[in-house]
Write a protein that binds this ligand. Structure first.
Ligand code: FES
Length: 241
């Protein structure tokens, strides 16, 4: 009889010891899993990067062709977020000075101030290369230089614009890439350029406007750009590709 009670106690103690081991192992496993989880991708603030060419040499503002249809793209503020840099001109090919202007986001009516152009003539600006409608990129989203290329929509001809061939969105790069035609309801985000007049070099240091298409925020969800430069790549003339 007594032996039976002792056996029951022994079994109960074994069960408790086993349960505590399992619980302890589970806790340890949880700590390990948490420790092995990758850190969230992104940066805490907009980096300051110098624009360089494929050989690592600084991109000089005076070397940017006015009204060039060739797409010059660089990643910013993270990897895989392309932007176009262009030098805007009139229909005769003379550079035009771009002023900061109030831009409206049609989706919600909110407004923000765009950046002025940079370079000797204030004609150089840069915008996200990802269409704000559904995310099309080059060559669908392309620059139509003033007096060089044009697009006619609903009987109206546009030139000197960014236009997306996917569904027809058009943006005005002389006015902060404001929406000229939908279906997009958001302007293209604008990149802040800083021109060093002593060296003719260009830096990128910030962005303004709506969040880059497809991103929860401009600064997260993608690997940072390593180093202090970002490379400008010439993707060519989309009208001759
Ligand atoms: S993705 Fe550009 S217009 Fe639709």
């Amino acid at each position: 009889m007594n032996e039976g009670i002792d056996e029951t106690k022994r079994n109960f103690l074994k069960l408790m010891v086993t349960a505590s081991i399992v619980a302890g192992a589970g806790l340890s496993l949880g700590v390990v899993v948490k420790t092995l989880s990758p850190p969230a991708l992104g940066v805490s603030s907009f980096p300051n990067l110098k624009l360089v060419d494929s050989s690592g040499s600084p991109l000089l503002a005076s070397n940017l062709g006015v009204n060039s249809p060739s797409a010059l793209q660089f990643s910013y503020p993270l990897q895989s977020t392309p932007n176009n840099i262009v030098s805007l001109g009139d229909s005769s090919g003379n550079p035009i000075s771009i002023s900061a202007t109030e831009v409206t986001i049609p989706a919600d009516g909110s407004k923000y101030l765009s950046y002025a152009g940079v370079g000797k003539n204030g004609s150089i600006v840069a915008y996200s290369g990802i269409c704000q409608h559904l995310g099309c990129i080059f060559p669908e989203l392309r620059f139509y230089p003033n007096g060089v290329e044009s697009i006619t929509l609903a009987g109206k001809t546009y030139t000197g614009v960014f236009h997306c061939l996917c569904h027809g969105s058009t943006y005005d790069p002389t006015a902060g890439a404001a929406v000229l035609t939908g279906p997009t309801t958001h302007p293209l985000p604008m990149v802040k350029l800083v021109w060093d007049s002593t060296t003719d070099e260009i830096y990128v240091s910030n962005m303004v406007g709506p969040t880059i298409y497809g991103r929860a925020s401009d600064l997260t969800g993608e690997s940072p750009i390593s180093g202090t430069t970002t490379e400008v790549t010439n993707l060519g003339n989309p009208f001759t590709l």
